[in-house]
Design a protein around this ligand. Structure first.
Ligand SMILES: [Fe+2]
Length: 212
């Protein structure tokens, strides 16, 4: 397999084909909530017209804006062909988040049914944007039963966080999470969702050679 321009498999596993999928599955990969992707070409298009967002604002929760936009207008052709090259099918629409200076999103799940476990996020505009993950304090809490996607800070405990850099990240979105913009400039982020709808464990196994 010849990776598209800008893509470098991290290990020799893909190149040699020596390890089967079942052999990979036997490896005990530690649970992570995010991975930096070894992709170095532009993720977003050169020109993004923020004025077009006014008509299709999806939802405003506190000061964190969430828009639903056409993927091909925001994501670069290189980024989309990279995702396709690793067997994924980007959805025609993606999320675009605008976080004003010193604001944060709610602690949330993207969907209480959790059938979408992963997203490819790329953030820019802020040099201090942090994504955090949480576990429920009540181990028996079931979001599906409660049809709940937004949670109070006192109902969860933080388990992981990282600061975005200028890379494409694979992030887990079926655990409670939040994002903060701790800088005095506006933070922008596109979040590309793909098929197949597979579990976090499956997607991380599939992409492990592209993590850095
Ligand atoms: Fe989210």
């Amino acid at each position: 397999m010849v990776p598209p321009r800008g893509i470098e498999p991290r290990s020799s596993v893909l190149q040699t084909g020596a390890m089967t999928t079942s052999a990979k599955a036997a490896i005990n990969i530690p649970m992570n909530y995010y991975y930096r992707i070894n992709y170095h070409n532009p993720v977003i298009n050169d020109i993004i017209d923020l004025n077009t967002l006014k008509n299709n604002k999806l939802k405003l929760y506190n000061t964190w804006e969430n828009y639903y936009v056409r993927t091909s207008k925001f994501a670069s052709k290189d980024a989309l062909s990279f995702l396709q090259s690793i067997g994924l099918k980007p959805k025609p629409m993606c999320h675009f988040f605008v976080g004003k200076p010193f604001t944060k999103s709610y602690i949330h799940l993207d969907h209480y049914k959790n059938h979408v476990s992963y997203a490819f996020n790329y953030a820019w505009g802020s040099d201090d944007s942090v994504m955090k993950w949480y576990k429920f304090n009540d181990q028996n809490f079931c979001p599906v039963e409660n049809k709940q996607i937004i949670f109070k800070p006192e109902d969860v405990t933080e388990v992981e966080q990282f600061k975005f850099s200028s890379n494409l990240f694979l992030v887990k979105i079926d655990s409670p999470h939040s994002v903060e913009n701790n800088s005095n400039s506006t933070r922008y982020c596109i979040s590309i969702r793909c098929e197949p709808y597979i579990s976090w464990e499956e997607i991380t196994l599939r992409l492990q050679d592209y993590f850095i």
